[in-house]
Design a protein around this ligand. Structure first.
Ligand code: SF4
Length: 391
């Protein structure tokens, strides 16, 4: 029977789907999801769709837990399109977990440049060393959770895809799909929502093919059940979708109240000595860009006198007294977490050697030397501009 939501659930439930002996008993949840007797058909519909049209992504051609783990670490904050090329390069540079564990952290950070959220690279490196020391990969999500920086999402994804561990993944795509399937009105953020949606994901999980199931739900959210315009006529689970039955599935889940972005102006000072420039290394434990190299920089008040602010930055950050300060030679606007930042770069002359207590070390580097060191994408652009290679 054709309904506004597609084919009726009862018709779909009578399809040829069978329940896997490996699928655990359905867990009770408060959400209005398919009833127990329709779960086999529901799971079969989504897995059939995934089997027929899954995206051809390079990390899907392997069961190597290391390669899958690297892809999941990258995908957490970066788009699939970007990850595709960067994943290949990373695996070529560090082909095994041992190769990654033995590599200097600076090499790993340099290879990660442009992917952002560098803490992921540091965690990946530390976790690779733990795996290399243990001599084997964990085989369960709980085992993966014990590694540095591996959260519940990555743990469930890698364990289920590489080792068929029956752990359900819950990411933003999964949350949206579940909220729409159940016509769940509330925002999906917060502890209560996390518990509710995790229980729902566990209940729906296909225990016989947990890795494929997790990828199928995420793929549905990424390609069909998109945030603003879900393509319900193409959806394999439309017959069970309570959100679609309301006639306005895109209104689920309700948006969360987002904190407003703050704005600030940073000033970076390029102190030159011949063809070299002073760069400082941020502390390894810094919340952002730990272990990366940068010009002396700090937040300034753009309403105050430019040269005086630049002299202050140089004194407070690098312990140098400026002899002269030039105008801004470069301005870069970028966003870090919840902050919009306008970075202004100016040249300066100063005598003496720096004392930078807020940094791990300093160096007088040519632009070429700096470009080979780990630095953020923004600082990399500054280095290229100083090298005369463009901004
Ligand atoms: Fe429901 Fe449409 Fe999303 Fe499918 S695409 S889960 S029918 S809202």
């Amino acid at each position: 029977m054709r309904t506004r939501a597609g084919w009726s659930a009862s018709a779909a439930a009578s399809s040829s789907a069978t329940t896997s002996a490996c699928t655990p008993a359905a867990e009770a949840t408060n959400l209005r999801l398919p009833p127990d007797d329709q779960l086999p058909a529901f799971r079969a519909a989504l897995l059939d769709w995934f089997d027929r049209g899954r995206r051809d992504l390079p990390w899907r051609a392997t069961k190597d837990p290391y390669a899958i783990w690297v892809s999941e670490a990258m995908l957490q904050q970066t788009t699939v399109a970007t990850v595709q090329s960067r994943w290949r390069a990373f695996i070529e540079r560090f082909p095994t977990v041992r190769a990654l564990a033995d590599a200097p952290l600076d090499d790993v950070l340099a290879q990660w440049r442009g992917l952002g959220y560098y803490q992921r690279a540091r965690n990946l490196h530390a976790a690779a060393q733990a795996v290399a020391k243990a001599g084997a990969f964990p085989r369960t999500a709980d085992g993966w959770r014990a590694l540095p920086g591996v959260g519940p999402y990555a743990a469930a994804a890698v364990a289920s895809i590489a080792f068929d561990d029956p752990s359900a993944v819950v990411d933003a795509n999964v949350k949206r799909v579940l909220a729409r399937l159940a016509a769940r009105e509330e925002p999906v953020e917060g502890t209560r929502a996390a518990k509710e949606l995790a229980a729902a994901a566990r209940r729906l999980l296909d225990g016989a093919r947990p890795g494929d199931w997790n990828q199928a739900v995420m793929e549905l959210g990424a390609t069909v059940c998109s945030p603003r315009a879900p393509q319900c006529p193409r959806c394999p689970v439309a017959p069970w979708c309570k959100g679609l039955a309301t006639g306005a599935p895109e209104r689920f889940p309700a948006p969360s109240a987002k904190p407003a972005k703050d704005s600030r102006t940073d000033l970076a000072v390029a102190v030159r000595r011949g063809d070299r420039v002073l760069i400082l290394r941020r502390p390894a434990e810094a919340r952002h860009f730990g272990g990366m190299w940068e010009l002396p920089r700090a937040a300034v008040d753009p309403a105050l006198h430019h040269a005086r602010e630049a002299a202050r930055v140089l004194r407070e950050v690098a312990g140098l007294e400026a002899r002269s300060i030039g105008d801004a030679i470069l301005t870069i606007r970028h966003t870090v977490m919840n902050s919009r930042i306008e970075l202004r770069v100016c040249a300066a002359e100063a005598d003496g050697e720096p004392a930078a207590p807020g940094h791990d070390e300093f160096r007088w580097a040519t632009a070429g030397e700096w470009l080979a060191l780990p630095s953020s994408s923004t600082q990399h652009r500054v280095a290229k501009a100083l090298a005369g290679e463009g901004g």
